[in-house]
Design a protein around this ligand. Structure first.
Ligand SMILES: Cc1ncc(COP(=O)(O)O)c(C=O)c1O
Length: 199
């Protein structure tokens, strides 16, 4: 079931979207204007998934310490950094932060029945360039699959060939449910999108 109707605004959007579907493990594309907006779309998709399919009304999205997901209200709440959130209280409800690359995060997630989605950077760009540990990502992806948690990768920074493959997730042998892209997508133009699986 498509939770968001994919939209193409132009012929170039259509062909670009089709190409990205071909290059990735995703089926559908939703175009927007910035990385923050793409992550907003992913957050809304997760909430709709929780409300309509998982039947969890007050679920939360897990993000990771030192992450960066944007500067809108939802994405700065998703960004687990006090310096980005400072001065913008009250933040949104529905987010929990766990330590990146840690067993503690996997244990917490395995005991968490209200988590609806995980939003993950394959390489954290803020506070140092920190790649996700491949063994940890594999376990995280399996846990998400087992528990019906959406695995959403924020590839605003790492996508479009910047780590040697089209998308960094490919190097981890996983298939996320959602991926956000921006920045290098449009070269000098502000452009962004997120991709989703049909199911
Ligand atoms: C990983 C990541 N996600 C999201 C964003 C937000 O993108 P934008 O500035 O296009 O809103 C950034 C921006 O640097 C980013 O690095």
């Amino acid at each position: 079931m498509a939770l968001f109707q994919p939209v193409s605004y132009s012929l170039s959007g259509k062909t670009g979207g089709a190409l990205l579907v071909e290059l990735s493990c995703f089926d559908q594309v939703f175009f927007c204007n910035s990385g923050a907006e793409a992550n907003e779309g992913a957050i809304k998709l997760a909430r709709r998934y929780a409300n309509t399919i998982k039947k969890i009304e007050n679920g939360h999205i897990v993000t990771f310490d030192h992450s960066f997901h944007g500067r809108t209200m939802a994405t700065l709440t998703a960004t687990a950094q006090e310096k980005i959130q400072d001065g913008f209280a009250p933040l949104l409800e529905g987010f929990k932060y766990l330590p990146y690359n840690s067993e503690e995060a996997l244990t917490a997630l395995s005991q968490d029945d209200a988590c609806i989605a995980v939003l993950l950077e394959m390489v954290q760009g803020e506070g140092g360039v920190i790649p996700a540990d491949p063994a940890w990502v594999k376990k995280l992806a399996q846990l998400c699959k087992d528990k019906g948690i959406l695995l959403m990768v924020d590839e605003v920074q790492t996508g479009m060939g910047r780590t040697g493959t089209w998308f960094a997730y490919e190097q981890y042998g996983i298939e996320p449910d959602v991926m956000t892209l921006a920045k290098h997508l449009g070269r000098a133009f502000r452009s962004a999108l997120f991709l989703q699986k049909k199911k």
